[in-house]
Design a protein around this ligand. Sequence first.
Ligand SMILES: [Zn+2]
Length: 133
Amino acid sequence: MSTSHGQRVLTLEVMCRVCLKRPEIPDEPHGRCEACAKAGRRAYQFRLTPISTGFKISAGELSPRALRDHVGPALQSFASKPAVKPHLVATQCELVVAGKRLESVRIAPGLATKAELVLESLRQAATRTESAW
Ligand SMILES: [Zn+2]
């Protein structure tokens, strides 16, 4: 697209929330690209609050009970390192899930040195049965 002055007008493409690489399908309810939607992958974001021993989850796109149902066992046995992702800020973290499979845990750059504490707070949260945080 060009203006009359020949300047390029950038179309603001929204990237897929899951892979962060491919453009989102317009109006896809979970903000995904075609490949991620087909694969049934989802990204769920959570917010952490600092507590004396580390963190606790204070909000999230899954309830404690749904977190437990979806990826409870996967979280308890998750052995990879959380990935640092600059699209997350402050005390945000994210889980990438395909069915009951936990593909990755993503954390904001500011949490990079506290990755273990973030994982611990997610594991702790996934033992709860409440329907709200
Ligand atoms: Zn995608």
